[in-house]
Design a protein around this ligand. Structure first.
Ligand code: GDP
Length: 431
């Protein structure tokens, strides 16, 4: 069975660990959206390694890693990752497949990103400034450059680059960037990337026919989805389940199960609403215990209590079969913990996540307060060994979120994990 693993909150839920733990059950791992703004932290023989573009499945021998057409690719970031993997003794040859339809992040997309943020002033999004947004803008504006364009007729490519650079020169005042060095760099990139390029949809269809299971790996998360997230404070792609079909060229029926990854509390980086956001000592406590600093940018993350309105919304949008609840151990030792079940607004009680973010401006989270646990959950591998209060917290969290916790993560190590007996995850893992 093919399953999707995606973020149910605002990202950084610890998808890397969950994907890494499930990968040995799959023949391939496929990324369907985003760019090198994502960051999965993985440990290879004691060395910390942050993967941005290549699925972390690459660290498992025999697993094919796929980058779909929905991903935007920075040549520099891709080669840096390939070189770094080689340094660690991991070769991507024969195991990496990049869609010929994927769009390329051009050298000046980063500059446009920074400029666009500066222009927005107070309304800035808080992007990672890596050119991801402008690359998607070019894609939708129908002037983007795709991987297949680099491998075909050079004259046609030269024409496309000229047009793209001219569009850019119109946006940036007094800019007269020469298109030729951009063109030359793209030709060089094309030559290096050629061995890994192919028809991803066709390849996956073949895998499905052969009954070889595939994992679809989401980057960012549902509340950052361009359509269903907290617009405009979102990423530029469909991080939720719909992105799988468009970003890889696979039919909906290919997705056999969906696992949402959520932290036992909530974090977000960048701007935009975070209804359960905490400040002061409690926020610092969560940030320090959870090491809540961005894997890509090092930015401190904003921290708050678990928000069941958000996860219920994610469960509906994605059709979540189950949750992988991560970082339970970060709550160890707190005298009490809180679960948000709704927002009290001047217009009344909200129990569904709203489209209009203005409704959240004066919203107060409605909390259920539960006793914390003083015995640590850290490193636990069995549900029945967890402190009673932690178990009650999980049970109540499941009730208010409307989805079961099939996996509970109690530490960053692969072994520090509980798989709930009889859950869908137990079934997936026993295949
Ligand atoms: P991702 O982008 O969703 O993969 O999340 P990140 O990699 O940015 O952040 C996850 C971080 O949390 C990594 O450093 C993990 O090692 C760590 N982590 C994952 N699960 C747990 C857990 O259950 N407990 C603790 N303490 N850390 C965890």
């Amino acid at each position: 069975m093919n399953i999707a693993v995606l973020g149910a909150q605002w990202g950084d839920e610890g998808k890397g660990k969950i994907v890494d733990m499930l990968t040995p059950r799959f023949s391939a791992v496929a990324r369907y959206q985003g760019g090198h703004n994502a960051g999965h932290t993985v440990y290879v023989r004691g060395t910390k390694f942050v993967l941005h573009l290549i699925p972390s499945g690459i660290l498992h021998p025999g697993v094919t890693c796929i980058i779909g057409n929905g991903v935007v690719i920075s040549p520099q970031a891709l080669f840096d990752e390939i070189d770094e993997l080689a340094r660690l003794g991991v070769t991507v040859d024969g195991r990496l497949l990049i869609s010929e339809k994927a769009h390329v992040i051009l050298p000046y997309h980063r500059e446009l990103d920074v400029l666009s943020e500066a222009r927005r002033g107070e309304r800035r999004i808080g992007t990672t400034s890596r050119g991801i947004g402008p690359a998607y803008e070019d894609k939708i504006g129908r002037r983007g450059i795709r991987i297949c364009d680099l491998l075909g007729d050079q004259e046609a490519l030269a024409g496309e680059v000229r047009e793209n650079v001219s569009a850019r020169n119109h946006i940036i005042k007094d800019s007269t960037l020469d298109w030729q060095p951009v063109f030359r760099d793209l030709v060089t990139f094309g030559e290096r990337v050629r061995p890994w390029v192919g028809d991803v949809s066709l390849f996956l269809a073949q895998m499905f026919r052969e009954g070889r299971p595939v994992m679809f790996e989401g980057a960012q998360a549902t509340l950052l989805d361009i359509d269903h997230g907290t617009y405009p404070f979102v990423t530029s792609s469909n991080a939720s389940v719909g992105g799988i079909c468009t970003g890889l060229g696979v039919p909906p029926r290919a997705i056999g199960g969906v696992l949402g990854v959520a932290k036992a509390y909530t974090t977000r980086v960048g701007e935009g609403p975070l209804p359960t956001e905490l400040s002061g000592a409690l926020a610092d406590r969560l940030r320090e215990s959870g090491q809540e600093y961005g894997a890509s940018t090092g930015r401190p993350r904003r921290c708050g209590w678990y928000d069941a309105v958000v996860v219920r919304y994610s469960a509906r949008i994605n059709g979540l079969d189950a949750l992988a609840l991560t970082k339970l151990d970060v709550l160890d030792g707190l005298p009490e913990v809180q679960l948000c079940t709704g927002y009290q607004t001047p217009q009344g009680l909200l129990t569904e996540f709203p489209a209009d973010l203005r409704l959240l401006v004066d919203a107060r989270p409605v909390y259920e307060t539960m006793p914390g646990w003083s015995t640590p959950s850290r490193g636990m591998t069995r549900m029945d060994r967890l402190p009673t209060e932690a178990r009650r917290y999980i049970e109540r969290l499941e009730e208010v979120s409307g989805v079961e916790c099939a996996i509970v993560s109690t530490g960053s190590d692969r072994d520090e994990t509980i798989v709930a007996p009889g859950s869908v995850a137990a079934k997936w893992l026993s295949v």
